[in-house]
Design a protein around this ligand. Structure first.
Ligand SMILES: Cc1cc2nc3c(=O)[nH]c(=O)nc-3n(C[C@H](O)[C@H](O)[C@H](O)COP(=O)(O)OP(=O)(O)OC[C@H]3O[C@@H](n4cnc5c(N)ncnc54)[C@H](O)[C@@H]3O)c2cc1C
Length: 417
């Protein structure tokens, strides 16, 4: 169990007392921030538009790098970080390239130089893999009284002292700082920084999961099963991404030992598998994509893979239909720094990026840990502008890098510059 001090009511800005930090969005970044503020004893509330934590598909798997790992370590209660370290898979730090006949085209070695982080329950390397739902469940742990579901924010009113979030249900919440953690379609960003634009990359992904059964595992090239990610690129810049999710310890078993307050459903090893191509090559409009069943999406992808190696089509044939859904890949357009106020941002709300570099969640987690530290220190005079400057530099650097990776694979550059 956690060993927290009781929560103090605390204002991050001198002169303001008894006014909480309000966070809009209970995604990875918003929850990580809430954990960090709670750990620091700062009063925080999170408002999420979804009616529950798992009300909609949010992805199947995350590659956690040293930024994400260090952010989780800094913000979570130690026993929850130990739980993640015990569960998360430890792939070889490689991304393998293949052509459609599964002939290797190259291996990209990820930077593995960051030291392993010590936890009370072993070490967590710089590259780990975890099911997104599992991570979200850990991040939600202990926040029952802090996260408010079914509260869609529609805007805010601010003055020099306080900021008031407004909600679609007619309610409002006044605090000292408002944090936009509401993802790529952020309403807070639209009001706070109307000059910051998000563009459609014109790339669509179809994403699902495949049970990693022993017969499938045995038939795959060993490096495909042991690495972080595999990218099979075919004609017309169509690609299939294959990402194994293999647990060190079954989540339920690890939770029984390390965090009995969390109950995970039975979860088996899987492959998270995505098909991607440009919208104009897909043969389905956005309306058709959104309306299609999982089976229809799977059929459509199999049509694109005609003539590809039978193992690739066999993997896609095994997609669990209920797990399949389409994704529109969007990217923020970098903007110059702005004057800091009591409305700040983190993660995809300000620097959404194509998933090509697998970095968005890690940067959102890092923002969250940095913002938790900044708000903790703000009471002693360290300005939030330091947080924003670093967040802008690093976030937009990764936006550019992800756009460049996406351009190489898919020949679609989302950024106008
Ligand atoms: C296919 C795919 C694979 C990916 N794989 C990786 C990976 O391996 N590693 C990695 O680092 N990144 C990965 N990413 C990127 C990663 O998913 C995002 O960058 C990350 O989720 C951003 O976190 P966030 O907290 O900023 O936003 P989100 O996770 O999008 O959370 C935003 C939250 O705000 C809520 N919200 C939105 N509007 C409102 C409102 N008005 N009021 C209240 N609540 C609201 C939403 O419902 C949501 O819960 C991947 C992305 C995709 C599409």
């Amino acid at each position: 169990m956690s060993s927290f001090e009781p929560r103090r009511r605390f204002s991050p800005f001198p002169g303001l007392r008894r006014t909480p930090v309000h966070v809009i969005g209970a995604g990875l970044g918003g929850l990580c921030l809430a954990q960090g503020l709670r750990r620091a004893g700062i009063d925080v509330a999170v408002y999420e538009r979804d009616v529950s934590a798992f009300a909609r598909a949010q992805g199947h798997r995350l590659h956690i790098d040293e930024h994400g790992r260090d952010a989780l370590s800094a913000t979570l209660p130690p026993h929850l970080f130990r739980l993640i370290a015990a569960i998360a898979g430890r792939p070889a730090p490689n991304i393998n390239g293949f052509d459609p006949q599964l002939r290797p085209t190259g291996v990209f070695a990820l930077d593995d130089s960051a030291p392993e982080s010590a936890t009370g329950d072993g070490l967590m390397p710089a590259h780990a893999v975890i099911d997104r739902h599992v991570l979200r469940q850990v991040l939600l742990s202990g926040l029952d009284d802090i996260v408010h579901f079914g509260r869609r924010c529609v805007g805010y009113d601010s003055d020099t002292g306080t900021v008031t979030a407004r909600f679609a249900d007619g309610g409002s919440a006044q605090g000292s700082v408002l944090v936009a953690a509401d993802g790529v379609g952020s309403v807070i960003r639209a009001q706070r920084l109307p000059q910051a634009q998000v563009v459609d990359s014109q790339v669509r992904l179809i994403y699902g999961r495949v049970p990693l059964t022993s017969d499938l595992r045995g038939g795959l090239p060993p490096e495909m099963v042991s690495s972080v990610f595999n990218s099979v690129v075919g004609p017309g810049n169509r690609f299939v991404g294959i990402a194994p999710v293999q647990y060190r310890l079954p989540p339920a078993t690890a939770a029984t030992r390390l965090a009995p307050e969390i109950t995970f459903p039975p979860i088996d090893d899987t492959l998270a598998v995505m098909f991607g191509c440009r919208l104009d090559h897909l043969g389905l409009s956005d309306t058709q994509l959104r309306a299609a069943s999982g089976r229809r999406l799977r059929e459509s992808v199999l049509e694109h893979l005609s003539g590809w190696h039978p193992l690739v089509t066999r993997i896609v044939e095994r997609w669990t239909p209920t797990s399949i859904y389409p994704i529109t890949v969007r990217s923020s357009v970098p903007v110059p720094p702005w004057p800091t106020s009591n409305v700040t941002l983190l993660g995809d709300a300000i620097h959404a990026m194509s998933p090509a570099a697998g970095a968005g969640a890690n940067i959102a987690l890092r923002d969250a840990a940095a913002l938790a530290a900044a708000l903790t220190e703000a009471n002693t005079g360290r300005p939030l502008s330091d947080y924003e400057r670093e967040m802008i530099d690093e976030g937009f650097r990764m936006v550019r890098l992800s756009a460049a990776s996406g351009t190489r694979i898919l020949a679609a550059d989302p950024l106008p510059e």
